[in-house]
Design a protein around this ligand. Structure first.
Ligand code: FAD
Length: 462
């Protein structure tokens, strides 16, 4: 437990443009909560940053007081890295400035933006960059870890399109990085997570998308799961870059668009976005919509922003969540184990996602960014959830087993990883990428001030 002198805290509060929130303050409980209820921590201080000046002060305060420092963008960290017991939470959520350059096709966004914020601004000009399939996720943690979304095959990962950033480093410097300035730092930010400092703004390359795209979901009864998976493999093989799709094996929610008799039963949803010419969308997505007898087909033309927010209601704050991932190449081989795990879902909220990758993402050279796993066609993301603590251990145990069913040594993705730990981090990076990340860590954060993340340990542990 930290105790600060009133004078010290008074000075900090005075110096900030944003709020300093303490455990005795009325807004504390709301301010300390993050999306994943499995991490219920009690920070000593929460600094709601209004700008770079506040970030500089918060970093300096945490360092000088020896406080554990948690950096929060959109607060969707699955392992709960954006909160901390007895430490300082540096909350960037008030920093939401966005500037689109329609001619140069770039957007510069402050680190507290969510995908819903950025999508709204860029779509005003018919532009977009790969964002999350849930629009309430923050752009910062998302982009720094990689970023797989509905445009991943058309435009690459979000981090592939990160062309510049501003960052406050552990020693209090405010640096700019781009392909011309400190390119090794930009390389590390493209997939190396929050290890190198507090990123205060991010610049992304944009693509012409929408504003109307042909996209949606189609549902099949759970008994057809294996057929759907094998068909998905065929339907996606050789698909154009404009088509990005995923399979979700879960339990039918009581949604009005699903017939009542299927509610609560196993169901397989195939979601997809055609980000090409709208008139080609029906034909391009048809192979995904004819994999087995159809329960409901919701594919059609819709605003890009509507597709980005379509699944938001299914992922509310306040549940207990654990994700675990594995890249893999051979869906025919994976189909049987995945269907077996589908038969063992620990509760109706739990889901097995298979994202189709490749396209623009697959053509980026493995050493061009810290996100190096480019040669695998699919990623499994097991989304284990429960409404409370009671169901959580069983959901987590099942998720670990379900992912390991594809081979315990499969490479993983840091943003789809529900826990920290050196072995998890090593599993996400090839050895040479990891060593290169350590060199960047040594340069910008040798004392590991930024350690609440999928941590790259400096070569001399602090
Ligand atoms: P936060 O909790 O705010 O941050 C997570 C970590 O990132 C922090 O602890 C810190 O280490 C680092 N960080 C955040 N902001 C900064 C910053 N400005 N400077 C330095 N470090 C920072 N991932 C995908 O690829 N595709 C998806 O479609 C997808 N969907 C998701 C849906 C849901 C509901 C959830 C919960 C997660 C999803 N993810 C997805 C995973 C997501 O990418 C990560 O959880 C990501 O970390 C969220 O970013 P955030 O800013 O909201 O998180």
């Amino acid at each position: 437990m930290n105790t600060f002198g009133e004078a010290t805290l008074g000075e900090l509060a005075q110096a900030l443009r944003g709020d300093l929130i303490r455990p005795s303050d009325p807004g504390y409980d709301e301010a300390r909560s993050i999306w994943n209820a499995a991490h219920d921590k009690r920070p000593a201080l929460i600094v709601r940053c209004q700008g770079v000046a506040d970030v500089l002060k918060a970093v300096e305060f945490a360092r000088s007081e020896g406080l554990p420092l948690a950096v929060r963008g959109g607060g969707h960290s699955i392992p709960g890295f954006s909160t901390v017991d007895d430490g300082l939470v540096l909350d960037l959520s008030p920093m939401k400035g966005i500037r689109v350059d329609p001619e140069g096709r770039t957007v510069t966004a402050q680190a507290g933006c969510l995908w819903s914020d950025v999508d709204a601004e860029t779509q005003a000009f018919g532009l977009a960059v790969t964002g999350g399939i849930i629009s309430t996720t923050g752009i910062s943690g998302f982009a720094l870890g990689g970023g797989i979304g509905w445009l991943v095959r058309r435009a690459g990962l979000t981090c592939d399109n990160l062309i510049a950033a501003d960052i406050v480093t552990a020693d209090g410097q405010y640096l700019h990085t781009s392909e011309d300035e400190r390119p090794e730092l930009l390389w590390a930010l493209r997939g190396g997570g929050g290890n190198f400092g507090v990123v205060t703004s991010l610049q992304f390359r944009l693509y012409e998308v929408g504003p109307t795209v042909f996209s949606g979901l189609v549902f099949y009864a759970g008994e057809h799961a294996e057929r759907v998976l094998r068909g998905f493999r065929t339907a996606t093989a050789g698909a154009p870059d404009e088509l990005t799709a995923l399979v979700n094996m879960t339990t039918a929610p009581p949604a009005p668009f699903l017939p009542e008799e299927i509610h609560g039963k196993p169901i397989v949803a195939v979601g997809g976005m055609w980000a090409g010419r709208i008139e080609d969308g029906d034909a391009a997505t048809r192979p995904l919509r004819e994999l087995a007898p159809v329960v409901t087909d919701l594919f059609g033309p819709m605003p890009y922003t509507a597709m980005q927010g379509l699944l938001d209601p299914l992922y509310p704050r306040g549940m207990w969540n654990y994700f675990r991932s594995a890249f893999f190449d051979d869906l025919d081989r994976a189909a049987a184990p995945l269907v077996r795990e589908f038969g063992r879902l620990p509760n109706p909220l739990t889901e097995i996602h298979v994202h189709h990758l490749g396209g623009a993402m697959g053509r980026v050279p493995a050493d061009a960014t810290a996100f190096a796993t480019r040669d695998q066609e699919f990623i499994l993301n097991v989304v284990a959830r429960s409404t409370d603590a009671d169901g959580y251990p069983a959901a987590v145990a099942w998720a670990r087993g379900a992912t390991d069913a594809l081979g315990p040594d499969a490479p993983t993705y840091v943003n789809f990883t529900g826990e920290g730990g050196a072995d998890r981090v090593r599993a996400a990076y090839p050895k040479d990428t990891y060593e290169r990340l350590v060199a960047v860590k040594d340069r910008y954060d040798p004392a590991n001030l930024f350690r609440l993340n999928q941590n790259i340990s400096p070569s001399v542990p602090a």
